[in-house]
Design a protein around this ligand. Structure first.
Ligand SMILES: CC(=O)N[C@@H](CCCNCc1c(COP(=O)(O)O)cnc(C)c1O)C(=O)O
Length: 391
């Protein structure tokens, strides 16, 4: 079969940073995507946790079509009906008190904003982050990203001397690291890139207690866990904790790029006017998609779907009983299967031989991030395929 002209062009002109798969995906609907030959794949990658509502959700598509014909471009200094609608919808689902939002266009931008608001919000400059944590690829967010491979190529440009890294779950290290110089503790309640690792209840609750006690902020990174993924609207709800700030992106607008840092008024009010900004943040097109996506999530009970289907999915994965599986773990439909060997060959076999897209999360883990709307029949197909490639 001659190589696709689309693949040719992408390989020829792309920057080269990505390990390109040898398929060209041209269409998606719900939990399925199709390549240019018309082959179907059940998508448990969804752009690394973006299409929670499924590919091309009809409400999101309609909202984008209508808004595109009406108004796409508007600076955030000019108020807009869609943006006001989105902010109202978002605040209505956020934990109590997180009612001031900085809008941007990606997770790493949300983390950059969080860092700046934490500094002005406390007058402090130091941060506590967690080993295996992933906070984004920009130079500021990379300071909170633990894995050296993400940081080393850039040398001193990634300055993390103001960051104290602690072991995920270690209460003694947490208590020792948070001081009266700490602006914020930054953590994910389920480490996504770090291997799908849910935090313990006491770790998250102690982070909340100790930051309050010492005048630091607790910022929870919900970029991957947010919007129903873990079986509740936000992962922090499983822990009975309300942070001072939450970083958000990925699934927030049904697939259209949006990022946000949601915070308390106490934090927001201490940022000098004009202290941050974003050209595309809060643009009417993305806002219209976001309103449609948030309303669909609520109307279709997607967080509850994730809770129920996640339990089913993990039970079926555990029932495979393969000697190659060390552990099945996760929360809701954020699932990781840790193998006793490298996961890459199995991820490749799932794609090529079985028509199932998954992604890694550290070298031994196969990560499943399906749309929350995936059917049980599709889950059964994925599990059957996974069992087959493990044979
Ligand atoms: C193919 C590709 O570019 N993948 C992305 C996948 C990133 C997935 N995680 C993003 C993320 C980010 C950064 O989010 P963004 O800038 O990629 O939108 C921040 N915090 C958490 C907890 C996150 O999970 C990458 O390798 O940088």
């Amino acid at each position: 079969m001659t190589q696709s002209k689309w693949l040719d062009a992408e390989l020829k002109y792309d920057s080269g940073v990505f390990n390109k798969h040898q398929v060209v995906i041209t269409r998606g609907q719900g939990a399925v995507v199709w390549d240019e030959q018309g082959r179907a794949y059940i998508d448990c990658m969804v752009g690394a946790g973006v299409a929670n509502v499924g590919h091309s959700h009809p409400d999101v598509v309609r909202a984008v079509q209508e808004q595109a014909a009406k108004l796409m471009v508007l600076a955030q200094t000019l108020p807009n009906d869609r943006r006001a609608e989105f902010l109202t919808e978002l605040v209505s689902v956020l934990p109590q008190g997180l009612d001031r939002v900085f809008l941007c266009n990606s997770g790493t931008e949300a983390m950059e904003a969080a860092k700046k608001f934490a500094i002005t919000g406390t007058g402090r400059q130091r941060f506590v982050a967690v080993k295996r944590g992933f906070a984004g690829r920009s130079l500021g967010a990379l300071a909170f990203t633990w894995e050296p491979k993400y940081r080393e190529p850039f040398g001193e440009a990634v300055d993390n001397r103001h960051v104290d890294f602690i072991t995920y779950g270690n209460l003694d290290e947490l208590r020792a690291a948070v001081t009266d110089e700490t602006a914020a503790v930054i953590l994910e309640v389920v480490q996504g890139e770090g291997g799908v690792r849910p935090a313990s209840l006491e770790f998250v609750q102690e982070a909340r207690r100790i930051t309050k006690e010492r005048g630091a902020l607790l910022i929870i990174d919900e970029i991957q866990t947010g919007f129903g993924r873990t079986g509740k609207m936000f992962g922090c709800e499983h822990y009975g904790v309300i942070p001072d700030g939450i970083t958000l992106a990925k699934a927030m607008a049904g697939g259209v790029p949006v990022g946000a840092f949601a915070m308390t008024a106490a934090v927001a009010d201490r940022m000098p006017a004009g202290g941050h900004g974003s050209t595309f943040g809060g643009n009417p097109l993305a806002m219209a998609a976001g309103v449609a996506a948030l309303r669909a999530m609520k109307r279709e009970g997607m967080a509850e779907q994730a809770r129920e289907k996640g339990a089913y999915f993990m039970e079926k994965l555990r029932a495979i009983g393969s000697p190659k599986i060390r552990e099945v773990r996760g929360l809701g439909l954020m699932i990781g299967v840790e193998l006793k060997e490298k996961s890459a060959p199995y991820i490749t076999a799932l794609e090529h031989d079985e028509g199932v897209l998954t992604l890694p999360a550290t070298p031994l883990v196969v990560r499943f991030l399906p749309p929350l709307t995936i059917s049980r029949e599709q889950i059964d197909q994925v599990v059957t395929s996974f069992a087959r490639v493990l044979e």
